[in-house]
Design a protein around this ligand. Structure first.
Ligand code: HAM
Length: 421
């Protein structure tokens, strides 16, 4: 047996991991500004949870879940979470919040698992930052989330487009579904087997038929079927977005792959990603809490695909390399002891430093300092030790100056500041 990683699972090392962390840090910062609190939920849940919420006929539940029978007494069938929304809704109901304190703004983060066909931007373990807002049926909430997403993408300097749609609610969706079934039957020959299955099982997904994108051009569109309430809701969302200068495209053919959505649905696509370009996706799910045994509380949310957003950052070339400000080079055991102390002074003054092994030659150490991208080398030998100084070598400009130990803190601060500029 070869001990390699599984297909669709990734090791992220150095810069790749850093890109993901950067997206996560920025997401946390934005969520704070929008007063969204954190929730942590399990990675493993009952498989039934997803069947009830994501939908029996969704791709996730039909073919993508990592599910197995736990060896406990009840032989519970469990699944690695393919998405976060069902777990958050379960936790919300289980904590009694739907009755005691229904208005909640929550975010979660972590790995999700879907057994999909791996390709660039599509993995079997991927990371999401998700937001779920409960108890806000009003269109102002939809607009606030879209404004937050727009701000987040702009903050990351990733080129993006935002598409929105309304897919109606329990009242007006049946007529739309019926029209789609009728259309599907009339266009049977132009659809593939996958889509033939969707006609009865999940007609909304007919709009995602991939065989020939042109086929769906003649399909009915959801906006033509909206009831007055859903139309007014959607009009308000658009008006609020336009009012603050948010650019969006209405895509009346957008449907989402999960069953719980009602009314507003949205997706954000980033440039430079190829086929898997959707970096943020979500929508309203007003009936879900009730379907899962809770009170009739409205819900809306979205998830950011962290892996894809990190790829988009790399594609946009907006990631700066992470390198230490300085490498510390100590020659000999006495200098090493001093250097250990001085490294603390440098770090206390916000400098990022890496201590190199004292057991190598100066030439090797200078080469190592350049290799790790350090801008400076702080060099201490017996002579420097005796005189209470260090050599500060600018590796980019090949210049060198002597700095008194007592002035090292000040020099470190100046170097750290020049980094952030
Ligand atoms: P979703 O559209 O299934 O929605 O996923 C959201 C985002 O997660 C996608 O747009 C994509 O960026 C990322 N993603 C999904 N699958 C993969 C994959 N296999 N590899 C890499 N990235 C992936 C949901 O998960 C909903 N729970 C969102 C939501 C929250 N709706 C309401 N609240």
């Amino acid at each position: 047996m070869e001990l390699t990683r599984l297909r669709g699972f990734r090791d992220l090392i150095g810069a790749d991991a850093r890109a993901m962390s950067l997206v996560e840090e920025r997401a946390r910062a934005i969520f704070d500004r929008y007063s969204i609190k954190e929730i942590r939920i399990p990675v493993l849940e009952r498989t039934q949870l997803y069947q009830r919420s994501s939908g029996e006929t969704s791709d996730i539940v039909e073919k993508q879940m990592y599910t197995f029978t736990d060896r406990d007494e009840g032989e519970t069938v469990v699944a690695l979470r393919p998405e976060g929304t069902p777990g958050v809704v379960r936790a919300y109901i289980e904590a009694g919040l739907d009755r005691t304190d229904p208005e909640q703004r929550l975010f979660y983060s972590g790995p999700m698992f879907r057994r999909e066909r791996p390709q660039k931007g599509r993995y079997r373990q991927f990371y999401q930052f998700g937001v779920e807002i409960f108890g806000r049926p009003d269109a102002a909430c939809d607009a606030e989330l879209l404004i937050m997403i727009e701000e987040f993408c702009r903050d990351l300097k990733v080129p993006f487009t935002m598409e929105i749609n309304s897919i109606g609610d329990q009242k007006c969706r049946p007529a739309f579904r019926e029209a789609l079934v009728k259309w599907g039957r009339a266009h049977w020959d132009e659809l593939d087997d996958d889509c033939h299955n969707r006609i009865d099982r999940n007609p909304l997904r007919l709009l995602d038929c991939k065989k020939d994108a042109k086929v769906t051009e003649s399909a009915p569109n959801s906006l033509d079927y909206l009831c007055d309430e859903c139309r007014a809701h959607f009009d308000t969302v658009k008006e609020l977005l336009t009012g603050v200068g948010i650019h969006f495209v209405v895509n009346p053919r957008m449907v989402r792959g999960l069953d719980y959505y009602t009314r507003t649905a949205f997706e954000v696509m980033a440039g430079g990603l190829g086929a898997q370009s959707t970096v943020v996706a979500g929508g309203r799910y007003d009936g879900l809490v009730e379907t899962m045994g809770g009170a009739a509380v409205a819900g809306i949310g979205f998830a950011i695909g962290i892996d894809r957003m990190a790829l988009a950052l790399e594609a946009a070339g907006v990631l700066s390399a992470v390198a230490p400000d300085a490498a510390i080079i100590a020659m000999g055991p006495a200098a090493m002891r001093r250097a250990t102390l001085l490294a603390r002074v440098l770090r206390a003054n916000k400098m990022n430093v890496e201590m190199l092994s004292p057991e190598r030659k100066m030439k090797t150490l200078l080469a190592r300092a350049s290799k790790i991208g350090a801008r400076y080398a702080v060099i201490i030998g017996d002579d420097e030790l005796a005189r209470g100084v260090v050599q500060l070598r600018n590796l980019k400009e090949s210049t060198q100056s002597e700095v008194q130990e007592v002035q090292l803190g000040e020099a470190a601060r100046a170097i750290a500041e020049s980094r952030t500029k």
